[in-house]
Design a protein around this ligand. Structure first.
Ligand code: NAD
Ligand code: GAL
Length: 681
């Protein structure tokens, strides 16, 4: 069964390394997922990146499993059909120093989880156990590769918590045979998602071979220590069973489906090893990783480590035959993916110069995140809501109008700082023709459709952002994505729209791109920031501008729809009302991104030492002096001016401009606009 119903799989520890990869696989298999994680060893960024990968929001609760009340609320809010339970502390060494914390977190946390499940009649659980429950299997003569029937004897508190939990689950099943428990004993998970967007992000000094080696490769650690090369293996180093984390994640889907297929009314308690069944030595892995990196990495052989044994390889036959699952990737795949994750995210999810918070009054509401990047004299803040620009501070002067709370953003209708889409500006009579048929759109501006309709991109929560440094390390990049459903505001076809901001030390550039599954759908994306060079408490009166063009579209004064004529408009200041589309250049492509940027406007104000310049690849731009703004107590008319590069107004209804805005499933829409800042000469 795949998750085709409205029920959810609860993933505890879903922000962690294995959990995040499993959530991706669950969603790819059609399951709905809700995540509970206390972020004690992870960050919300992992969840946000999972959403970016699967292009869907994933409900997340920052809850500790031991908080039964909060956990119960999640069970009340969602129809949960099963649980995949990753949440645990997992460092073997640490567990020997703080055993009580391990028993409390892992065992007590699981008891609270099981109580809550029982109270809500959820009796299906997939549990993250570990090969560590077997202990030192070399105590037996003939137990390698290790089968599930190998007796358990964990040698450290961490392993003992897993052993205790397995026993609790067994006892629950003995008491009520309708419980279904899959015990998955993992061998050594390695690698990362092939996208490079999620991976293992160890805090402090990594405990495991590959994360450590990855940090050596990017210069965060000096050299790898190899603990003993006098074991009885082909190169003297110990043998382990390394399994790619994506294969491991898929093992959970296989186990869940196995449990779902257990006869109605019956239960199950069963253990499965998740490993490849193939052992690799420390040197095998070292060489595979060096191959992925492209050069040798420094290492030193030191003495054996306490508790290490020669060989811990899985016998994975039971999982192979019963779950019909087997590992498909090898250590070369894992090393390649780990190296991509490492080079794309040298500090894990953290990026120097970037941080996020939530808008005022919305603690724990991850839909109201504010992402701030700081580069020398420039600090820019962005919201998921509308992929909006909330703040642009250059040399300590804020240059755009922004609000403080999500409610304020939701209740304004002036597209403040927002991404405008799916179709910026007006579509006459809210309709257009395609393939001989009339498509009717949401009319939200008299007879017209304006800025994508009443529920446009400005009101949507974008997923992401993925935050990274540019290839030359100079600039910070934030990538947001939105999946706009077919039929939204009347538009045909699904549109996947990406908004990428690049922040340099004196500019912010936005690049739009979009694809559709439709044979034709109109697209026109822009940004609707209200700029004010005089400080955002005053109006823009006194603002001086230099425009690259005086060619403007003549419009009907009532509908603001072009008449078909071009007029001349000489604008040198913003003291009067302006709401016009100025024509910069002829263009006939749906994707202008590869065109060079052309400066279209320069603005300054006598009260400020700063100059704003706007460059774009787009054929035209709307210049609007904010005359309709009315946000009581915050912003009134002429609080800022908007420079909105895009395609010509109503292009979709004009034969010679149509090809500028009609996107089909074979093309990609694109454009770039750069806002840059400098001191007056
Ligand atoms: P991880 O630390 O990345 O993920 C565990 C997640 O659980 C973290 O996000 C953490 O914040 C969360 N968590 C911990 N205690 C919690 C609590 N009380 N309430 C809510 N959330 C809590 O670790 P991982 O490597 O992804 O491991 C996942 C599971 O797999 C763990 O149970 C671990 O013991 C088991 N396991 C891991 C390995 C391995 O090598 N990574 C091997 C065998 C088994
Ligand atoms: C501008 C448009 C104006 C007004 C404004 C939204 O892009 O040109 O006419 O609709 O958006 O308040």
């Amino acid at each position: 069964m795949t998750g085709t119903t409205n029920s959810y799989i609860l993933v505890t520890g879903g922000a962690g390394y294995i959990g995040s990869h499993t959530v991706v696989e669950l969603i790819n298999h059609g399951y709905n997922v809700v995540i509970v994680d206390n972020l004690s060893n992870s960050s919300y960024d992992a969840v946000s990146r999972v959403e970016y990968i699967v292009k869907k929001p994933v409900p997340f609760f920052n809850v500790d499993l031991r908080d039964s009340e909060k956990l119960g609320k999640v069970f009340e809010q969602y129809d949960i059909s099963g649980v995949i339970h990753f949440a645990a502390l997992k460092a073997v060494g640490e567990s020997t120093h703080i055993p009580l914390k391990y028993y409390d977190n892992n065992v007590n946390g699981t008891i609270k989880l099981l109580e809550t499940m029982a109270a809500h009649k959820v009796k299906t659980i997939v549990f993250s156990s570990s090969a560590t429950v077997y202990g030192d299997v070399t105590r037996f003569k003939d137990m390698i590769p290790i089968p599930e029937h190998c007796p358990n004897d964990p040698t450290n508190p961490y392993g003992k918590t897993k052993y205790v939990i397995e026993n609790i689950l067994h006892d629950i099943y003995n008491a009520d045979t309708t419980w279904k428990s899959a015990i998955l004993r993992y061998f050594n998970p390695i690698g990362a998602h092939p996208s490079g967007l999620i991976g293992e992000d160890p805090l402090g000094i990594p405990n495991n071979l590959l994360p450590y080696l990855a940090q050596v490769a990017i210069g965060r650690r000096e050299k790898l220590s190899i603990f003993g090369n006098d074991y009885d293996s082909h190169d003297g180093t110990p043998i382990r069973d390394y399994i790619h984390v994506v294969d491991l994640a898929k093992g959970h889907i296989a186990a869940l489906e196995y449990l779902n297929n257990v006869t109605e009314g019956a239960g199950l308690f069963r253990e499965w090893n998740l490993g490849t069944g193939k052992g690799s030595t420390v040197f095998d892995v070292y060489h595979a990783f060096c191959k992925a990196v492209g050069h040798e990495l420094p290492y030193e052989v030191v003495g054996r480590r306490d508790g290490d044994v020669l060989d811990l390889t899985a016998n994975a036959t039971r999982a192979n035959t019963e779950l019909k699952w087997s590992a498909e990737k090898n250590i070369d795949d894992a090393c390649r993916d780990l190296w991509k994750w490492t080079t794309d995210n040298p500090k894990g999810y953290a990026v120097a110069g970037y941080q996020w918070t939530t808008l005022a009054g919305t603690d724990g509401d991850y839909t109201s995140r504010v992402h701030t990047v700081t580069k020398d004299d420039l600090s820019v803040s962005f919201l998921n809501y509308g992929a909006s620009i909330q703040k642009v501070e250059f040399k300590n002067q804020n240059l755009v109008c922004g609000l403080d709370t999500l409610d304020e953003y939701k209740s304004q209708d002036i597209y403040l700082g927002a991404t405008v889409g799916r179709y910026a500006n007006r579509i006459a009579n809210g309709q257009f023709e395609i393939n001989g048929e009339t498509v009717k759109l949401d009319k939200n501006n008299g007879e017209n459709s304006l800025h994508g309709g009443s529920n446009g991109f400005n009101k949507q929560n974008f997923l992401g952002p993925i935050v990274k440094r540019s290839a030359d390390e100079e600039n910070l990049i934030l990538q947001f994505v939105l999946v706009d459903k077919a039929g939204a505001n009347g538009f045909p076809g699904e549109l996947i729209a990406a908004v990428e901001y690049t922040v340099g030390n004196d500019f912010v550039e936005v690049e739009y791109s979009a694809t559709t599954d439709a044979s034709g759908t109109p697209v026109n994306l822009t940004n609707h920031s209200y700029w004010n060079l005089a400080g955002n408490k005053s109006t823009i009166d006194g603002t001086q501008v230099k425009l690259a063009t005086s060619k403007a579209l003549e419009v009907d004064p009532n509908t603001l729809i072009p008449t078909g004529n071009v007029s001349t408009l000489d604008i040198s200041n913003l003291d009067g009302k302006v709401d016009n589309c100025l024509i910069v250049r002829e263009s006939s492509q749906i994707n202008t991104s590869s065109e060079s940027l052309v400066e279209v406007l320069e603005a300054s104000h006598p009260d400020s030492t700063l100059v704003l310049r706007v460059e774009t690849t787009e054929p035209s731009f709307q210049l609007y002096t904010g005359d309709y703004v009315d946000i009581p107590g915050k912003f009134g008319p002429r609080c800022g001016f908007c420079v909105e590069p895009g395609r010509l107004i109503n292009a979709v209804n004009v034969e010679k401009w149509k090809q500028l805005v009609l996107l089909d499933n074979k093309s990609t829409y694109g454009s770039r606009t750069r806002y840059s800042f400098k001191l007056k000469n």
